[in-house]
Design a protein around this ligand. Structure first.
Ligand SMILES: Cc1cc2nc3c(=O)[nH]c(=O)nc-3n(C[C@H](O)[C@H](O)[C@H](O)COP(=O)(O)OP(=O)(O)OC[C@H]3O[C@@H](n4cnc5c(N)ncnc54)[C@H](O)[C@@H]3O)c2cc1C
Length: 398
């Protein structure tokens, strides 16, 4: 048995012994633990599972042990994820701190910032919001106007951020702020960590058509932010922002592919809802769409595998730049296909006339629209691909 196989076998044994049975079930949104000062565990088993994984260092296996990680290589981390997926183990902790800020801090943060924030993230003590977009700066993010004025020992922040997911539940927000208005717009931006309890911060939930309000607008009114909360150099925040976006887009490109949520796959739905003739799906159009979908997913799976292996071998490739676009568009195609297969059974938003799976299918269809906007819209991803992958000529001024 080689080292990796040996490791896999140890992981399998550990998970078998430590993952409670109740944590091997598909998870609902209400059962997810996002951490933070005000958070509570959805169940005693969820707490036990979280604490065991935290103590093992497997909340984020690849982070260094001194910051609460497991200190393992990306390849070993992948094995842990695969083995968790095999037994349908729930993700013990969710959060933008784990997925986005943490990796950016590891690269750009100073030692004091790493010590203060990384372990708090892993321990589920701090929940983070993302303060990038503004009412006048979404796709054109570098036009952001929220100002941080240098006041000697602190910055004074004024402005507002929009679409800040769950900001009303978060303890901290990582923000892009303008620190120089006299230079090219990308060169006057800094990256600040701001405590949401600071005087002068208010959040207003934004009501959505679904009746929910996961978004907020977050206002900063003369908010004092200590100088030590600046990540990287003053006016060099654009580099930190871009590095963080790479992690966000990678995460989004993989969404759905390893979701432990109980959602119907198109193949399962076809068996359950469609008519068959001579062992074939009777509706030729749906049959063909299903084949296309399966081929596309297989190709995406192989491309993820290729990019992982290329990264391990230190080979730079353009593939990661296309994956946010491809992954989120494929999720949308999947959702459209599912609704087509479910027919009128796919029209239930709530109520007892529909199963939980049918209701989830429609809700995920609505959510799949958002995924091609969040983290940079599909049109912007196509611009990135045109420029950086295909090398196409750019419009004047870009
Ligand atoms: C689910 C979700 C969660 C989010 N969470 C957060 C968060 O926590 N924090 C945060 O800061 N932001 C968040 N956002 C905001 C997100 O980053 C922005 O919505 C996104 O960057 C697009 O910006 P915008 O909404 O201002 O649209 P706009 O930039 O106004 O774009 C409108 C339309 O024009 C198109 N367009 C714009 N420019 C171009 C161009 N140059 N070429 C071609 N087409 C173009 C876009 O593709 C889009 O279709 C979230 C968004 C969603 C949907």
């Amino acid at each position: 048995m080689d080292d990796l196989e040996q490791f896999r076998s140890e992981v399998r044994q550990w998970l078998e012994a430590n993952c409670p049975e109740s944590q091997r079930q598909p998870i609902t949104a209400a059962e997810q633990f996002w951490g933070g000062r005000r958070a509570s565990f959805p169940s005693p088993d969820a707490q036990l599972w979280f604490e065991r994984m935290r103590d093992k260092g497997w909340i984020v296996p690849e982070w260094p042990t001194e910051y609460g990680g497991g200190g393992v290589s990306e390849r070993h981390g992948k094995i842990i994820k695969e083995e968790m997926k095999r037994i349908k183990a729930r993700t013990p902790l969710y959060g933008l701190g784990l997925w986005m800020l943490g990796p950016a801090l590891l690269e750009y943060g100073n030692e004091q910032q790493k010590q203060q924030h990384l372990r708090a993230i892993v321990n589920g003590e701090a929940r983070w919001a993302q303060g990038y977009s503004e009412p006048g700066a979404g796709s054109d993010l570098a036009s952001l106007q929220t100002a941080a004025e240098d006041k000697g020992d602190h910055f004074l922040v004024n402005g507002s951020k929009i679409w800040t997911t769950a900001a009303d539940k978060c303890d901290w927000i990582f923000c892009l702020v303008r620190t120089d208005t006299t230079v090219r717009k990308q060169e006057g931006i800094s990256f600040l960590l701001i405590d949401m309890d600071s005087p002068g911060i208010t959040t207003t939930p934004i009501a959505l058509i679904s009746g929910e309000s996961e978004f907020c607008q977050t206002f900063f009114d003369n908010v004092k932010v200590p100088k030590e909360n600046l990540v990287g150099e003053l006016n060099k925040g654009w580099s930190v922002a871009k590095a963080l976006l790479v992690h966000e887009r990678k995460l989004m490109s993989e969404m759905g592919s390893d979701s432990p949520r109980k959602v119907l796959t198109p193949n399962e739905a076809a068996l359950q809802y469609l008519e068959f003739e001579n062992g074939r799906i009777a509706d030729a159009r749906l049959r063909s769409d299903l084949v296309d979908y399966n081929m596309q997913m297989h190709a995406i799976g192989l491309t993820h595998f290729r990019t992982f292996e290329e990264r391990q071998a230190g080979v730079r490739s353009a593939a990661p730049l296309i994956m946010k676009y491809v992954g989120t568009e494929a999720e949308q195609t999947k959702s459209e296909l599912l609704l087509a297969i479910l027919g009128s059974r796919g029209l239930g938003w709530e109520g007892e006339g529909f199963s939980d799976e049918e209701i989830d299918t429609l809700r995920l269809w609505a959510m799949s629209k958002a995924m091609t906007i969040a983290g940079g819209s599909s049109e912007i991803q196509l611009n990135v691909i045109a420029k950086n992958v295909l090398g196409l000529p750019q419009p004047a001024g870009d």
